[in-house]
Write a protein that binds this ligand. Sequence first.
Ligand code: PAF
Length: 278
Amino acid sequence: MHVFSEITTLQQHLHARRQQGQRIGFVPTMGALHQGHLSLVGQAKAETDCCVCSIFVNPIQFNNAHDLAVYPRTLDADCALLETVHCDIVFAPSAAAMYPKPVALRMDFGDLETVLEGKFRPGHFNGVGIVVSKLFHIVAPDRAYFGQKDLQQCLVIRRLVEDLSFNLELVICPTLRETDGLAMSSRNRNLSAQERAQAPVIYAALEVFRAQLSLRGLETARQAALEHLRQCPDLVLEYFEVVDTQTLQPIEQYQGQEVAVCVAAFLGKTRLIDNILM
Ligand code: PAF
């Protein structure tokens, strides 16, 4: 496995591979890798000739200084994990390499970012859009892999790819879960033992909603899910929204259409998100 921190040396290496006809798969991450990331690498390995995994904690997508400060940074352990799944290349640039000067550009994703995460994390998708654009330009992948757990991020990046004509295929992969249902996330390791024990309530509430929707309708299903969440005293809910899977705008009337149910909540200082499509 090759590990690069400089943009130009990575690009020279990738250029040589492309000359040999290799197709590049790309898994962008912020490190603190878990099985969810490794499954993206596995899929990239299966579908392309060379998998690049980037590890970069992108400061400009954090709107909360505490979240940025405590975001786990575990490069050596991440590289060891990536070796186990035969990742070909790790790109781990410094903040100075990615942002030699402050970025003046601002990205606006319109209605897609005024809801859900965008509403609670102002500026977040601007930061995601800028770093993902830079990474796409640097790596120039044929395929890029993202997890459905960050559903809104997936839709924002799809718009980015379309609007900026990135010549790549976006691959959205299902959320991986722990055996108790908790969606895998780098932030899970910040949970105390007591918070970790309570965290599965989030997915359980989504399943309560799923079980109730067709039987009892939108509002009763939502109330049942909220009631389930209220049984967890330490959980502070930010949102529980039933939205259109493409526009992410709230669904007022359920008529059997495909919907996404999205939730964000704090357990202690750790913010967790999850969603299901149904
Ligand atoms: O999902 C993430 O880990 C990050 O938002 C991403 C896509 C790597 C951009 O920093």
